[in-house]
Ligand binder design. Sequence first.
Ligand SMILES: [Zn+2]
Length: 88
Amino acid sequence: MIKNYMEILVDEVFNELKGSNEICKDIVCKHDIKAIALNNLPPVYFKYNSTDGEKKAFLLDRQRRISVLAKVAEAADLVCSSCTKNSK
Ligand SMILES: [Zn+2]
């Protein structure tokens, strides 16, 4: 199955945010935050012959992580501005 690596990156960044306790833990919010962030980010698919190194470099790119973090935070603000389960 072909994977959207942006999805993996959004997951990782989301989990980091979650670890820092700055994000709502509601399951619906979590889904919506990821969906909105992903709609605002380009999908990334690697070619069949891409190396693990290339994939790892994509996921670890500092600048990219910062922009993904910004999108996730933006989506979280949007989703959780009216969320009653917000435990912030
Ligand atoms: Zn929420």
